[in-house]
Design a protein around this ligand. Structure first.
Ligand SMILES: [Fe+2]
Ligand SMILES: [Fe+2]
Length: 191
């Protein structure tokens, strides 16, 4: 069982203050959603807490650890190095925080790109990451917040669509996992 106090201390030493505040917002929101949708609150809590555990590593460190730990990052992730923080985060959660539960590790791994057919804990953390209360308001946030508590799959489709638009507008590389996830969740909506 994970010792939350030690983990929070360790996270505080590796994350910026803003990121730590964001993380705590994700934990709070994820637990609320977990309660609503009947997900395992321990898994939700651990995954939310660790989802960004390597996000503030400097780019070189991300690159080096991806190599050293043989993290399966692809060229798109390497071209936009911040994208590696999800896959690398899962590996670091395993090695440094002692997480062995595959559902928790997958939740960390896919919290940025999403993927098709995600488990309940994965969806909850993915959504909580987007809607947590400390995020500065942007166009699609209120709708996402509303949908999150009404229909979790609709919220997934909506957030994925907004994220894809955001990425495209900025000419950033779009990861195929996100496209696949969007197609999957928008397809569910039509049925
Ligand atoms: Fe993240
Ligand atoms: Fe995050």
């Amino acid at each position: 069982m994970l010792d939350f106090i030690t983990t929070e201390r360790k996270l505080q030493s590796t994350l910026s203050i803003e990121r730590y505040i964001h993380t705590m917002g994700v934990v709070k929101t994820a637990l609320k959603l977990g309660n609503l949708y009947g997900a395992d609150s321990y898994k939700v809590h651990v995954a939310a807490l660790l989802h960004d555990c390597v996000k503030d590593y400097p780019p070189d460190m991300k690159r080096r650890f991806c190599k050293e730990f043989h993290v399966e990052v692809d060229d798109i992730m390497l071209s936009c190095i911040d994208l590696t923080h999800a896959f690398l985060g899962a590996e670091v959660a395993k090695r440094e925080y002692g997480i062995v539960d595959e559902e928790i590790l997958d939740t960390i791994k896919y919290h940025t790109t999403g993927r098709k057919n995600m488990g309940i804990v994965e969806k909850i953390v993915f959504i909580a990451d987007y809607i947590e209360p400390n995020r500065k308001t942007f166009d699609t946030l209120e709708e996402a917040r509303k949908l999150a508590f009404e229909d979790i799959d609709k919220a997934m489709a909506f957030i994925l669509e907004s994220t894809i638009e955001y990425v495209n507008e900025r000419n950033r590389p779009l990861h195929p996992l996100s496209v696949e996830a969007f197609e999957y969740y928008s397809g569910l909506e039509k049925n």
